[in-house]
Design a protein around this ligand. Structure first.
Ligand SMILES: NC(=O)c1ccc[n+]([C@@H]2O[C@H](COP(=O)([O-])OP(=O)(O)OC[C@H]3O[C@@H](n4cnc5c(N)ncnc54)[C@H](OP(=O)(O)O)[C@@H]3O)[C@@H](O)[C@H]2O)c1
Length: 446
């Protein structure tokens, strides 16, 4: 592709940055009624590890930071969750490049999904208790080892579900389910073209297609992943890197397909529309073509924008086709999310869906985790683990990833030293309070 970037720098192993601020009040308590100050000895010291986007750019912009502070106070309706695993989404690759409008500007803690154990519940929380294993969903802020969230943004995990699976489920499966069943109304005998079929959403969509009889799945993916996606339910795998997928689909199904799930944008949206059978549905839900590597590529963005599908309603009418857009982040109907999560957890219990974990990386290795997705190596979900990496521990990823991680240069990421200027110190402290707030705002569900 003409917009390709120069070879990327290796991902950096990140080192934690520790700062102690025992005197600073907990962010969660800042709006709460003032209580008598307890002596430092009485105050429970509380440490928080968070992955913070410190600016837009490459892998090194996401830093692991550790803060020590006094214990946060729960508000009514909230639960405190010890996070065990978090999901990495393509949206976070976009966000790191400044291309995801729903993430507040840096510095900000990223993370839209996670799983963990409830350690404390606030007043009025009736349906959650200490010890519950839960999935958590939010627009951002979940890449931390502990979070305060409204109880209604948590979903109790089935007993047999691992924390990695719990963290892998919500974003990918909600997206795939709502597109297939709410928008496309997939029915027996239909055919679906799934791009990025070996990725998180792709695997979820393929599994969900299997819950409907006789659905044919065309799936595009890099050739090395074909065996795995066929085992997962893809009927016709297509190597989009070496073949024209439109031709490949037409060789098998000259009329085209009933549904196209398009996470790519640009010229692929035009191709998808062209591949639709009459009465078919195209769902646009991403613009991965804007991303060619770790740094923002303006040429690729311009090309994607220039080639986007533009069509008059009259032409659409005459073609008998439907075009939809889907974005989970803009779903404001919380009940729809709660209902769909209940359906998905039921499907998991019935053994009909199961998140496929590609690899797990500790927070320290977030650059490697992102690199794995950028380099198109993952099959299924990439997971981030808040638990500190033990010295002797090998990466919990595939041998391929281990090899890459070995080659990765370790680099200490250092934040700028605090400036002596009092004004700047004040500003910095104010920002840090926001940054290390482990309370996620209400109505922050995706
Ligand atoms: N609208 C929504 O609500 C919503 C929600 C979730 C995800 N999404 C979109 O769905 C898509 C998939 O997201 P995901 O989180 O499941 O990620 P993912 O599929 O796991 O992404 C990585 C895989 O995608 C393929 N790929 C294709 N183009 C790529 C590119 N330009 N850069 C890197 N990889 C590329 C690669 O596999 P192959 O080479 O094998 O194809 C790669 O291994 C993204 O476009 C994302 O923005 C949208």
């Amino acid at each position: 592709m003409s917009g390709e970037e120069a070879p990327e720098a290796p991902a950096q192993q990140q080192q934690t940055e520790q700062e102690k601020q025992p005197d600073e009040p907990p962010a969660a308590a800042s709006d709460a009624p003032q209580e008598p100050a307890s002596s430092p000895a009485e105050e429970e010291v509380f440490s928080c590890r968070a992955l913070v986007l410190t600016g837009y750019g490459g892998y090194d912009k996401v830093k692991l930071q550790v803060k020590t502070r006094s214990k946060p106070q729960l508000q009514a309706g909230e639960v405190l969750v010890r996070v065990k695993a978090c999901g990495l989404n393509f949206a976070e690759l976009l966000a790191r490049q400044g291309l995801y409008e729903l993430l507040p500007s840096p510095p900000v803690t990223m993370g839209m999904e996670g799983s963990g154990v409830i350690e404390a519940v606030g007043e009025d929380v009736k349906n959650r208790k200490v010890g519950d294993r839960v999935i958590v969903l939010s627009r951002s802020g979940l890449w931390q080892d502990v979070v305060l969230v409204p109880a209604d943004q948590t979903f109790v995990m089935p007993e047999s579900m691992s924390f990695e699976e719990g963290a892998a489920l919500p974003v990918n499966y909600l997206t795939a389910y709502m597109m297939l069943f709410e928008m496309a109304n997939i029915r027996p005998g239909k055919s679906v073209l799934i791009h990025m079929a070996a990725g998180g959403v792709g695997v979820a969509a393929t599994q969900l297609c299997q819950t409907v009889p006789d659905v044919t799945v065309f799936g595009t993916a890099s050739a090395a992943k074909h065996e795995t996606i066929v085992q997962g339910g893809v009927t016709h795998p297509i190597d989009y890197r070496t073949k024209d997928y439109v031709e490949e689909v037409r060789k098998i199904s000259p009329m085209g397909v009933d549904v196209v799930l398009d996470p790519l944008g640009g010229s692929d949206t035009q191709k998808g529309y062209g591949l639709l059978k009459p009465m078919g549905t195209l769902i646009v839900f991403g613009a991965a073509n804007c991303v060619t590597g770790q740094k923002k590529n303006l040429l690729a963005m311009a090309k994607t924008w220039y080639n986007q599908l533009s069509i008059s309603t009259q032409k659409l009418m005459q073609a008998n086709k439907a075009i939809c857009g889907f974005h989970l982040g803009y779903i404001s109907d919380d009940q729809l999310i709660v209902r769909t999560m209940a359906t998905l957890l039921e499907l998991y219990n019935q053994g009909k869906i199961k998140p496929r974990i590609d690899s797990s990386y500790h927070f320290e290795e977030v650059g490697d985790a992102m690199k794995r997705m950028h380099e198109r190596l993952n099959i299924g979900k990439v997971i981030l683990l808040p638990e500190p990496k033990k010295e002797e521990e090998k990466p919990k990823s595939s041998p391929e990833a281990e090899d890459k991680a070995d080659k990765t240069e370790a680099r200490v990421s250092e934040e700028k030293k605090e400036e002596g200027n009092t004004q700047e110190v004040k500003k910095k402290k104010k920002k840090e309070k926001q940054l290390y707030s482990i309370t996620l705002p209400r109505n922050n569900v995706l």
